[in-house]
Design a protein around this ligand. Structure first.
Ligand SMILES: Nc1ncnc2c1ncn2[C@@H]1O[C@H](COP(=O)(O)OP(=O)(O)O)[C@@H](O)[C@H]1O
Ligand SMILES: CC(=O)OP(=O)(O)O
Ligand SMILES: [Mg+2]
Length: 390
């Protein structure tokens, strides 16, 4: 039987999967892929064939959670992957690898136990990532499972960019800036030279999905990033605050009597686009709404991006190219338009026709700084790392 690699990417609002043929060479595109998205709101399972033909588009139960969504996905895969290829390895996106894991690693009981220690540092991701590993291990006993880390790409950051201004003993314990979305940044770094002659220069990549972060690169390596110890820091997100004065947390504890669990819920699940709009965490819904609170949520989302781009450009001494990616970065032309409109001073001039037409280059020919929109492909990075470790 011919062979395949399965990839699993459990994000905060979605679970994505892809199956890649492995006939000697790893196929560049999956023969079957799909996702459950809209977790937490109106979840759907969508899948497509190699030819891009839609072979599933099913609404799932209202309010379905990650664990039940995983079962639905694996059930669907069992039914559709039958008599097809033999899955010889499963590659997982695992959000937090801490200080210990800067390379992909084969999962066993010991590594899973080590990775469970980071659950509190990534509560929207790490438990779902590890539950996915366990679910697959039960379905495909003996098949190697590989963890690919979101934190790994950022291990090249200079020491200063990884430091918090806290007592050294805490830093020595590992309380420092890690950064996330590394598989997405690694993919963009891999393909950017095909799209821009400035790829090797000063580049800021904005990964704008339900989770959102930015990475400043030089020589296609991470120099600074907006997320830190956890995936709450930096930009405003679907349900996460982004950077918040730590004094707010003290106020919540001392004046509102909130405990750690309640604060975690507020910071991770009730804030961001959802908290400010009071309507939804989903950018599509907010852009379509005429509620002023929805408009203010989108305004704040764009404002925070603009501000963070200024900060990251300062860290790398300027900017030659700005890249948008992630669900919002790839599709929300209006968000790109608003961000670029505020960055004329950094030499960005958007081409409105290109921005609306699905082109990779969205800045004008005369723009001093290039702007690009490039779809990310975390699955392809996971598949390659998995093949390499096999
Ligand atoms: N056509 C679109 N226009 C605007 N926003 C979109 C569009 N398609 C997807 N999005 C937004 O992308 C976000 C999800 O991004 P994605 O990267 O898939 O999420 P995750 O962080 O779970 O991986 C949601 O806010 C969604 O509304
Ligand atoms: C790290 C993170 O926020 O991931 P996602 O965007 O998939 O939620
Ligand atoms: Mg994602």
């Amino acid at each position: 039987m011919s062979r395949a690699i399965l990839t699993i990417n459990a994000g905060s609002s979605s679970i994505k999967f892809a199956l890649y043929a492995l006939d000697g060479e790893l196929a560049r595109h999956p023969y079957l892929s799909g996702q459950i998205d809209g977790l937490g709101a109106a979840a759907r399972l969508v899948a497509k064939s190699a030819a891009g033909e839609r072979i599933a588009d099913d609404a799932l139960a209202e309010g379905i959670k990650h664990a039940a969504a995983f079962d639905a996905l694996l059930g669907w895969l069992d039914a559709h992957q039958q008599n097809s290829r033999q899955i010889v390895a499963v590659g997982h996106r695992v959000v937090h690898g801490g200080e210990r894991y800067s390379q992909p690693v084969r999962l066993d009981a010991e590594t899973i136990a080590a990775l469970e220690q980071f659950v509190a540092l990534a509560p929207l991701h790490q438990p779902h990532n590890l539950n996915g590993v366990k679910a697959l291990a039960a379905r495909l006993p003996g098949v190697p499972q590989i963890a690919c880390f979101d934190t790994a790409f950022h291990r090249t950051q200079p020491a200063l960019a990884q430091l918090f201004a806290i007592p050294r003993a805490l830093t020595a314990e590992g309380v420092r800036r890690y950064g996330f979305h590394g598989l997405s940044y690694e993919y963009i770094a891999r393909v950017l030279p095909e799209h821009s002659a400035r790829a090797d220069g000063r580049v800021v990549v904005a990964h704008l999905g339900n989770g959102a972060s930015m990475c400043a690169m030089r020589g296609l390596r991470s120099q600074a990033t907006s997320m830190g110890f956890t995936a709450i820091d930096g930009l405003m997100m679907g349900t996460r605050t982004g950077a918040l004065d730590p004094g707010v947390v003290l106020y919540l504890m001392q004046e509102k009597g909130m405990d750690a669990k309640a604060i975690e819920k507020l910071l991770y699940k009730e804030s961001g686009l959802l908290g400010v709009s009071g309507i939804s965490q989903d950018m599509r819904t907010l852009l379509a709404s005429d509620d002023p609170h929805a408009a203010e949520a989108v305004d704040l989302f764009c404002y925070r991006i603009v501000r963070e781009i200024g900060a990251l450009a300062a860290c790398i001494g300027g900017i030659d190219a700005l890249v948008f990616t992630g669900g919002i970065g790839e599709h929300a032309t209006e968000v790109r338009q608003r961000v670029c409109a505020a960055l004329g001073w950094l030499g960005i001039e958007l081409d409105p026709v290109a921005n609306g037409s699905g082109l990779r280059r969205i800045s004008t020919a005369g723009s001093r700084t290039e702007a690009l929109a490039i779809p990310t492909d975390e699955e392809w990075m996971i598949a390659q790392h998995t093949r390499d470790l096999l």
